[in-house]
Design a protein around this ligand. Structure first.
Ligand code: MN
Length: 379
């Protein structure tokens, strides 16, 4: 059976103020989800799907096509129930790309425009085919593949795990994985902004962490407007003892980006989520939540933001305080989950450098807390 050594990195990108990407990396399962939806629902959608998949890492579980399909289905049902319980979450959904090893072999799952690449003997191959409008144009010969990256409708995805459709990921066994292969899972915040040549170059040398850092730096240099997430993993034959032992810390699963720990849910949405995934109860709302962009996010279509969004966003300098309990459920609409929707005059903006420092601290603290949480959960 194969196993992975891995690194996972995520970044909100140069424009957005919240991260709807989520990624899970472990020795047997790599997964990445890019959420979408207003009022932070995108963060919830990606976190719920990765929570469902992450449960397959439990000792009594095995990773295989049926288990992955069931996890995706359970997650979709949970998203549906949550958006019925909290109408602010309507329209939420997420992409998924995941590859895992189990007794049956290697399972690949994919829906949406998050991608899996494989580098083998210096040659880069895109393993997944996007479920997007522009990919359909390419398939029918109406668009040059080189124009996909910059096409104005490149973000229009045709399938996702979401609260309204009956879509599920394509899930299949793949024999196409060899020791020595290097894999990359990425969100479109990377693949829309760097060329395949840059990706191939970054994967060609160094450790998975070196490659992940180089890819992230490339996306940020290119000014990515989207969240960026990369998981880089080397494939090993776990029957063979590696010459240089893989660092022990890298063997503990890591979760980066959106997580249930950050979820700010209404009581109703929380109740249906816990009903679907009882083990989610201990993770919910354990981390400070990242703030929202004004007006929340958007559904599947992501129009190119106007240049003026480069102005500093109204960002709280401190982690958002936990939502106060609603005094009485009188059936009225729940309070806005964040201060991001303020339509009036924006709060005084911090100097860009100060915001960067605050953000870096927040991202580092979140990463550390989530990683620690996953280790403790596993231990
Ligand atoms: Mn994205």
């Amino acid at each position: 059976m194969n196993s992975f050594s891995f690194a996972a990195l995520t970044d909100v990108g140069t424009v957005r103020t919240n991260n709807e990407d989520s990624a899970l990396a472990s020795t047997t399962l790599l997964a990445l989800a890019d959420g979408m939806g207003g009022h932070a629902a995108g963060e919830v959608a990606s976190a719920v799907v990765l929570h469902a998949l992450g449960r397959l890492l439990a000792p009594e579980k095995e990773i295989g096509p049926d288990a992955v399909r069931d996890a995706a289905l359970e997650a979709r049902q949970a998203l549906r129930a949550m958006s019925q319980a909290d109408h602010d979450m309507e329209g939420m959904g997420t992409t998924l790309v995941a590859i895992g090893v189990g007794p049956e072999g290697t399972t690949l799952a994919h829906v949406g425009d998050s991608r899996l690449y494989r580098a083998r003997h210096g040659e880069l191959t895109q393993i997944t085919t996007d479920h997007t409008h522009v990919q359909r144009l390419v398939d029918s010969g109406r668009l040059d593949p080189r124009e996909v990256r910059t096409h104005p409708y490149r973000s229009v995805i045709l399938r996702s795990i979401d609260d309204t459709s009956d879509d599920l990921p394509d899930v299949d066994l793949t024999g196409d994985l060899l020791p020595g292969d290097r894999l990359l899972l990425c969100s479109d915040g990377l693949s829309d902004y760097v060329t395949p040549e840059v990706i191939a170059d970054a994967l060609a040398h160094g450790s998975p962490l070196d490659a992940a850092r180089e890819l992230m730096a490339g996306a940020l240099r290119a000014g990515t407007r989207d969240n960026v997430t990369v998981v880089v993993a080397d494939v090993h034959d776990s029957e063979v003892t590696p010459v240089a032992p893989v660092a022990t810390a890298a063997e503990a699963p890591v979760l980066v980006g959106a997580s249930l720990g950050q979820a700010a849910l209404t009581d109703e949405a929380r109740a249906v989520l816990v009903a679907a995934f009882p083990d989610a109860a201990t993770e919910l709302d354990t981390l400070p939540r990242s703030p929202l962009p004004e007006g929340g996010g958007d559904p599947v279509v992501e129009p190119e933001p106007e240049p003026d969004t480069l102005e500093p966003e109204p960002v709280e300098p401190e982690p958002v305080e936990p939502e106060p309990e609603p005094a009485e459920d009188d059936g009225s609409a729940p309070p806005e989950p964040t201060p991001g929707g303020a339509e009036g005059e924006p709060p005084p903006a911090l100097p860009t450098t100060a915001m960067d420092v605050v953000w870096l601290a927040l991202v580092v603290a979140t990463f550390a807390a989530v990683t620690l949480g996953v280790w403790m959960f596993e231990a």
